[in-house]
Design a protein around this ligand. Structure first.
Ligand code: KIV
Length: 282
């Protein structure tokens, strides 16, 4: 098992050109499989609202939800760099509230970093959390928590006007002390420009190849999340199909009394006659 990465290792990977691979995870078993596979990082995303809890978006997710899932993931992946996602409402109100909530991810769930959404408009929160000694990952482009302001889950930076705003936001995130930036649903031309311009690692979810690494949502890449599949997702497995088929086969075997077989039951230690005598006592 490789040594747990630090933010300095992630910075060195940018400098050497080694790409970082990361996925989201929300529970103990998935986190342990991700660690076993040798992933560089895990994000405990507030996408848990959709992937785990069946909400339509991330807005209803609470600090309590995030902390509980971060704890589960940390138990499953003790040697992986794990980032806790700050939910909607946990950092917008004030710098003090942002620092208080960011601190909880480290104290209560042993996270290595936190992530929050937004550029210039949350620069002071990024600065305050960084000044408190916490590693901050920024996230701009398609920011799901403010998708209603964006008019839906829409790609960003497609026009020069929109790209200009993204570049200003990216620079503000770095200047405020963030140690990494995630670009979501941004064209590769803009991703490449921002990756070269910033000194911190720049990662993509739906932002193309020319950057420092890739993130995917585990429910999307494993074929578990059924509600919709964004254009940028590649499915590496069809776990939903595997699970549904397994459940169907189990139902059939129960109905046909083919399960359990002799292999799946406990065997008596005294003789059948002794048990017969026992049953006759009642
Ligand atoms: O919550 C999450 O998983 C995220 C990704 C969409 C980047 O923030």
């Amino acid at each position: 098992m490789a040594k747990k990465k630090s933010i300095l290792d992630l910075q060195k990977m940018k400098e050497s050109g080694e790409k970082a691979a990361w996925v989201t995870a929300y529970d103990f078993p998935t986190a342990s499989f991700v660690e076993e596979a040798g992933m560089d990082m895990i994000l405990v995303g507030d996408s848990l609202g959709m992937v785990v809890k069946g909400y339509k978006g991330t807005v209803p997710v609470t600090m309590e939800d995030c902390i509980a899932h971060c704890q589960d993931v940390r138990r499953g992946a003790p040697k992986t760099f794990v980032i806790g996602d700050m939910p909607f409402g946990s950092y917008q109100v004030s710098d003090a509230k942002a620092v208080e909530n960011a601190t909880r991810f480290l104290k209560e769930a042993d996270m290595d970093a936190i992530k929050l959404e937004g550029g210039r408009r949350i620069a002071s929160q990024i600065q305050a959390i960084s000044d408190a000694g916490i590693v901050v990952f920024g996230h701009i482009g398609l920011t799901p928590q403010s998708s209603s302001q964006l008019g839906g889950f829409k790609a960003q930076g497609l026009t020069t006007d929109s790209a200009r705003e993204l570049i200003k936001d990216a620079q503000a995130v770095e200047d405020s002390g963030a140690r990494a930036l995630l670009l979501e649903a941004v064209p590769p031309e803009v991703t490449e420009f921002i990756t070269k311009k910033l000194t911190i690692p720049v990662y993509s979810i739906g932002a193309g190849l020319p950057c420092d690494g890739q993130l995917l949502i585990c429910g999307d890449m494993l074929g578990m999340f059924q509600a919709f599949t964004p254009k940028f997702v590649k499915k590496y497995a069809n776990v939903a199909e595997v699970e549904i088929n397994a459940f169907k086969e189990y139902i059939k075997e129960v109905k046909e009394e083919k399960f359990p077989t002799d292999d799946h039951v406990y065997h008596i230690k005294d003789s059948a006659e002794d048990f017969e005598k026992l049953f006759n006592e009642f």
